[in-house]
Design a protein around this ligand. Structure first.
Ligand code: UGA
Length: 441
């Protein structure tokens, strides 16, 4: 099948590459010339495990192309995927201007009937809007069908998720459209769920909102565990064994970040608000997350009442491991607060430092290894559970003035930290080591 994908952000690029890998001829359009030049050479603009390899392979096998030209991209495509961004407006709603522009570009450049598949996360009713825009601008006699086909890929494991997802949701209003999109997706061998368009649009928001709710729920439970002396790891494990609850997304930490949960939860509150429904539960989820992102500062303050002038090492900056994405990462809020309190902040992340430099305060310093960041510091804050951090030799913390580690991701066992004489404060667990007398302030 000849497929065109409009937009090569994380969703569009992974979609285009995966579709080419299962045998389709895919051309991806992006307006960014530098990005397209790089992608033509097989260079991925984002860090995503396995993506560059599949890009290079499918470019070589002539199933994957990139262009900045809408006419070139759309001429032969029987099916066009819209995968442009839907950023957050000031009021939390989704900005649909890129989606509307893509719809217009499709109409003005196709010379045949077309099926438009929406991958971008869009509010209920947007596919109807897309259909109207395309139909209005399409040459006389041509027909358009729209299909909602939301993505459920996690950054850092997006390629794996494409081939091992739990379901592919197809929302359509026409049997022919259903069967073409079903046929395109068949080689993924992932179960397909067919439904109406509005429900498909809602499945995407409801799924992200539910996962975000699970995270805020477990974070609140972890805060209560701390007050009562229970251990959140044991609580999560015990809860997760109930198949009705499930063990995933019950990891307490410093809140959810990234380009999806923060934006989609707020957008769903707006979507509900537009039909005069107050989504109280989801508002709570968002507020809890905001609080949780700042929780490590309070823990640090309990250990170091005066933060001004102290060297604080920050390990991990990305919103989660295996990505260089810094969007809505708790590291933004935490480093800002540390700088405001007068700390000297030295950060390390295995992959996200280049992106971090464009986002974090210019006062943040960067180290090229965990060891250099930690050296002679007064406290270590762990913000991302990278394998490199989880597997570090614990002796490294003895390079600090005194070993004080405040871990927002529960990377280490209490036993290991205690055995190594490290004053360790984590999320929802008892403090492991009271071995070391607090240093004089
Ligand atoms: C999320 C969804 O998981 C995907 O299904 C969806 O397709 C995607 O959004 C999207 O809408 O595009 P993603 O944002 O890449 O994927 O990352 P997640 O793995 O879901 O993690 C989101 C945040 O929640 C991270 O900050 C992570 O550290 C945090 N998290 C996750 C927890 O704090 N605890 C958990 O148990 C799980």
């Amino acid at each position: 099948m000849n497929i065109c994908v409009i937009g090569t952000g994380y969703v569009g690029l992974v979609t285009g590459v995966s579709l080419s890998e299962i045998g389709h001829h895919v051309i991806c359009i992006d307006v960014d010339e530098d990005k397209v030049t790089k992608m033509k050479k097989g260079i991925s603009p984002i860090y995503e495990p396995g993506l560059s390899e599949l890009m290079a392979k499918n470019i070589k096998e002539k199933r994957l192309r990139f262009t900045t030209s809408h006419s070139e991209g759309l001429q032969q495509a029987a099916v066009v995927y819209i995968a442009v961004g839907t950023p957050e407006n000031k009021d939390g709603s989704a900005d649909l201007s890129f989606v509307a522009q893509a719809a217009k570009d499709i109409a003005e450049n196709v010379e045949h009937d077309v099926i438009v598949v929406t991958k971008s996360t869009v509010p209920v009713g947007t596919n109807a809007m897309i259909k109207e825009i395309v139909q209005t601008h399409l040459s006389d006699g041509l027909q358009v069908e729209v299909v909602s086909n939301p993505e459920f890929l996690k950054e850092g494991s997006a390629i794996h998720d494409s081939f091992h997802g739990d379901r592919i949701v197809i929302g359509a209003e026409n049997e022919q459209a259903f069967s073409i999109i079903e046929e395109i997706n068949q080689p993924f061998r992932v179960p397909i769920f067919k439904t109406d368009i509005k429900s498909a649009e809602m499945i995407k928001y409801a799924s992200n909102a539910f996962l975000a709710t699970k995270i805020s729920f477990i974070n609140e439970i972890s805060n209560i565990c701390e007050l009562l002396g229970a251990n959140i790891e044991n609580v999560s494990t015990g809860m997760g064994l109930d198949q009705r609850i499930g063990s995933q997304f019950l990891k307490a930490g410093i809140g959810y970040g990234g380009s999806c949960f923060p934006k989609d939860t707020k957008a769903l509150i707006q979507i509900a608000g537009n039909v005069e429904y107050e989504f109280e539960l989801l508002k709570g989820v968002v507020n809890v997350n905001k609080k949780q992102q700042g929780i490590l500062i309070g823990k640090l303050n309990d250990c170091l009442p005066v933060i001004s002038g102290k060297k604080i090492a920050v390990l991990g900056l990305a919103f989660k491991p295996n990505t260089d994405d810094m969007r809505e990462s708790a590291s933004i809020l935490i480093t800002e607060e540390l700088i405001k309190l007068g700390a000297e902040v030295v950060a390390y992340d295995p992959i996200a430092m280049d992106n971090a430099k464009t986002i974090l305060s210019s006062k943040v310093q960067y180290a090229d290894s965990i060891e250099r960041a930690v050296d002679n510091s007064d406290a270590v804050l762990i913000l991302t559970d990278w394998d490199e951090i989880k597997n570090v030799d614990l002796a490294v913390f003895h390079k600090m003035k005194r070993p004080l580690v405040i871990d927002g991701r529960n990377c280490f066992t209490l036993e290991a930290m205690e055995k190594n004489g490290i004053d360790y404060h984590s999320i929802g667990r008892p403090v492991s080591a009271k071995l070391i007398e607090a240093a004089p302030i």
